[in-house]
Design a protein around this ligand. Structure first.
Ligand code: 13P
Ligand code: SF4
Length: 324
């Protein structure tokens, strides 16, 4: 089962066809997996594809909550993940019990949860969002309603700034990978690369301070973009910059360089590697297709309620205001 033997990609595609499986890969997956997948994208795009494909099996190369979301949207399909232990530190930052207690403190508030949550948390949620559509989702809620936004504090701060919403309560969760990309690193790098553009994922610990630095003129506002992973691919296609500094998980660099080979894409922090995303290896993908494991399932009572919160998000439509 060697990836280097050159036949690996062909075997994967053949095994997938034999199982009537579609392979979905998140933008943070290792390059071999991105290249062999039928579809590569961000959380929102992959949720939409999962809901639409006709294949009887979905193989989700990403983290567990993403595969769970695919199962919610396609309950009659078999959903497989190459390693079910691929979790997410952000999803772990709020439990269903904690959310229930928070709701009890704010009766009548609308709960908006990032899709980086467990199905049990989604079941306690009114509407989900991803980094591509969080602004649209919050803007769709009547202004007189309080909002409980969870679990990412940095995405929450970004959305609050763009929507100018004053009645939004934000859970103080974070992703350990993105929180580790901080404003001082960014400031140093920007000073040494005065012509570079900046792509920043809104989960980054630096997203709030990057905007502060922009307003102070330290980081060039016109060259700073807050983008979801899909937004980064679109912006990479369009940019004429010689260099772009990228503040997100380093797996992202593969797609960016692929869509634009004229620009150099440099990570703001080379250590920003999600160990959970990297638990999905080429060898495990092959095992998954051969053995039909690990199967992703969600208990029916949780699935019913969780599905509604994801479907409300999908009904909001195409993201229009991810970044700035
Ligand atoms: P996207 O929604 O931008 O794909 O991000 C998902 C994620 O897990 C970021 O860490
Ligand atoms: Fe979760 Fe962070 Fe990994 Fe994304 S990068 S899957 S938010 S731990």
């Amino acid at each position: 089962m060697k990836v280097s033997d050159g036949d690996w990609a062909q075997r994967i595609r053949r095994l997938a066809a034999e199982r009537d499986a579609v392979i979905l890969a998140h933008n943070y997956q290792v390059p071999e997996i991105q290249d062999v997948a039928h579809h590569v994208g961000d959380s929102l795009a992959l949720s939409r594809i999962a809901a639409q494909v006709e294949n009887s099996t979905i193989v989700f190369c990403g983290v567990h909550f993403m595969a769970e979301t695919a199962k919610l949207l396609s309950p009659s399909k078999t959903v497989l993940i190459p390693d079910e232990r691929a979790g997410c530190s952000l999803a772990d930052s709020i439990t269903a019990d904690q959310l229930r207690a928070w709701k009890a403190e704010h009766p009548g508030a609308v709960v908006v949860s990032y899709v980086n949550t467990t199905a049990a948390v989604k079941a306690e949620t009114d509407i989900c969002c991803t980094s591509s559509n969080a602004v649209d989702v919050v803007a769709s809620i009547p202004t007189d309603k309080d909002i409980l936004f969870c679990p990412d504090q940095f995405l929450g701060a970004h959305v609050q700034r763009l929507t100018k919403r004053t009645n939004m309560h934000i859970w103080m969760g974070e992703c350990h990978v993105h929180a580790g990309i901080n404003g001082s690193e960014l400031k140093q790098l920007v000073a040494s690369e005065p012509d570079a553009e900046l792509f920043i994922h809104p989960e980054c610990g630096c997203a709030t301070s990057a905007m502060y630095l922009a307003s102070e003129g330290v980081v060039p506002a016109e060259r700073t973009k807050i983008l979801s992973t899909a937004g980064m691919v679109t912006a990479a296609r369009d940019t004429k910059a010689r260099k772009v500094l990228v503040a997100t998980e380093t797996g992202m660099l593969h797609q960016l360089q692929k869509v634009n080979s004229n620009t150099q894409f440099q990570p703001v922090n080379r250590a920003a590697v999600c160990k959970y995303m990297k638990m999905i290896t080429p060898e495990k993908l092959e095992r998954c297709l051969v053995e039909g494991t690990d199967v992703v399932d969600v208990p029916t009572d949780i699935a019913e309620r969780a599905r509604q919160s994801v479907e409300r998000m999908i009904a909001i439509g195409t993201p229009s205001r991810t970044g700035e």
